[in-house]
Design a protein around this ligand. Structure first.
Ligand code: ZN
Length: 161
């Protein structure tokens, strides 16, 4: 057992020594630090820190933008940054990278689709079906790429610290 204390409100929590501190946050949303003091007054409810919304939303915007401009390379660059900025946990990096890749990729692909529809050069009758299939394949690849690059980004951060 180890004790972690909130940096903001100083509430204390009991964690298993195998737990990764980066996976948790205080119920007030504050970051936790380990403490040597083993006197715990009471066990407070602890929750898993799953989604870093600020990083994710920013990541989606950057992914959509770079994905639209550079395609898959843009998605790779953006989701590497997302994984790097989340924390040192590669699973978290992968989750955030995948979400950014999937949602950002969806936006990027649809900007392209809208432009294709507006442009008068596309008179193909099978165009609609191709568009849907292409979109689905595109966002699947982007989401998958995002998961891998997000994990790599978190891994790079872990190695550098
Ligand atoms: Zn707190």
């Amino acid at each position: 057992m180890v004790i972690a204390k909130c940096r903001e409100c100083e509430k204390e929590y009991q964690l298993n020594s195998s737990d990764n501190l980066g996976d948790f946050q205080c119920e007030c949303g504050g970051e936790l630090d380990y403490v040597d003091d083993f006197e715990v007054k009471n066990e407070n409810s602890i929750k898993m820190k799953r989604i870093h919304w600020n990083t994710l939303i920013l990541g989606i915007i950057v992914t959509a933008f770079l994905g639209f401009l550079l395609g898959l390379i843009g998605i790779i660059i953006a989701t590497l940054c997302v994984g790097y900025s989340v924390d040192k946990n590669y699973k978290n990096g992968a989750v955030h990278g995948a979400l950014a890749g999937f949602i950002g990729g969806f936006i990027a692909v649809n900007i392209g689709n809208v432009i294709n529809i507006i442009l008068p050069s596309n008179t193909n009758t099978e165009f609609g079906l191709l568009l849907i299939t292409g979109t689905l394949i595109g966002i699947t690849i982007y989401g998958f790429t995002g998961a891998i690059c997000g994990a790599i980004g978190a891994f790079i951060k872990q190695k550098r610290s």
